[in-house]
Design a protein around this ligand. Structure first.
Ligand SMILES: [Zn+2]
Length: 318
């Protein structure tokens, strides 16, 4: 970790750095009438399962277990003003980190990702994860677990009168969820950058996610990666919306790493990063969200078609 004093982002509000696409797509997700009930049904059992699974299989990082890593973690919590969650490392050859358990959040990083990152880059990843907590994304990411495990299909099938709407409702939720999830990554990349306060390190972390080789690691070229990211400058928001649709067809939960760097460059070059660091953003008028694109329209249309007062059977209760 760099020796410079990180600016503690006092009273940082999430809407100061929230990506406009994140705000727009989350609004769509929130308007789906069955969502709050779905989240309420599954939050507790999935959270408890994750908590004990990590306690039983992973290594908890503390001031006596990987103390230098814990120091980076604590610094990121302090900078972002996020109450310290539990932090686990899992031994696995995966380039991944995630946050789980909305009621008592846990950050988890895989050992391979840890091994290829420098300290400031690790702080970017931790800041990204803390941002998911700060933005209260975890409440909605529970929905992803419902989709991937097939529980969503079971729940929807128990709703009286859902017969004809069963497939469209599932598609609608699926569509709105993955669209928002990818948009939320842009917000949390900004959070990671705000935590480590090192633009090059933030982008290097994303570059390594895009392509990494231990053998050729000393030949990685960040400037060349920036040039690659600039290829997206020609795209307007409509074209980006189309790209989001393509990502959906690939079933991806994260935007392409190069696209993420391009968004981070815009955040820095537009001056928002500097304004936040100087704590000027709270006084400025926050930007208006983007108008929903065609992709968003699909979800909101389906949401409007769903009954407002759906009754559920809880599949976790006998
Ligand atoms: Zn993320």
């Amino acid at each position: 970790m760099s020796d410079f004093d990180h600016v503690i982002l006092r009273d940082l509000k999430t809407d100061e750095y929230e990506h406009s696409l994140d705000r727009t797509t989350l609004d769509v997700l929130r308007k789906i009438p069955i969502l709050p009930k779905l989240v309420e049904l599954v939050q507790l059992p999935t959270s408890m399962t994750s908590r004990y699974a990590m306690l039983g299989s992973d290594l908890r990082v503390t001031d006596r277990q990987f103390p230098s890593l814990y120091k980076i973690f604590r610094k990121a919590c302090e900078v972002m003003e996020v109450p310290e969650p539990l932090f686990y490392i899992s031994t696995a050859p995966e380039l991944n980190a995630y946050t789980a358990c909305p009621d008592k959040p846990i950050v988890k990083m895989y050992s391979y990702l840890l091994d290829i990152l420098e300290e400031d880059e690790i702080m970017f990843v931790i800041g990204h994860e803390l941002s998911h907590i700060k933005c209260r994304h975890l409440v909605y990411t529970v929905l992803g677990e419902l989709i991937s495990t097939g529980v969503l299909r079971v729940i929807i099938s128990t709703i009286p009168g859902m017969g004809a709407l069963y497939t469209p409702a599932e598609i609608s939720l699926n569509y709105a969820f993955y669209q928002w999830m990818r948009a939320s990554e842009y917000t949390c990349d900004r959070g990671g950058f705000l935590a480590c306060q090192n633009f090059e390190a933030s982008c290097r972390a994303l570059m390594k996610l895009a392509g990494y080789s231990k053998t050729y690691a000393n030949e990685l070229n960040l400037d060349e990666f920036f040039e690659q990211a600039k290829a997206f400058d020609d795209l307007n928001e409509t074209a980006l919306g189309k790209i989001q649709q393509i990502l959906l067809s690939f079933g991806l939960t994260h935007p392409w790493a190069v696209l993420r760097v391009r968004e981070l460059m815009k955040f820095k070059d537009g001056g928002d990063y500097d304004r936040i660091l100087k704590r000027e953003m709270q006084l400025a008028k926050l930007p208006e969200p983007l108008s929903p694109n065609e992709e968003v329209g699909v979800s909101s249309g389906l949401a409007a078609a769903l009954p407002k007062d759906l009754k559920f059977k809880n599949p976790f209760k006998k």
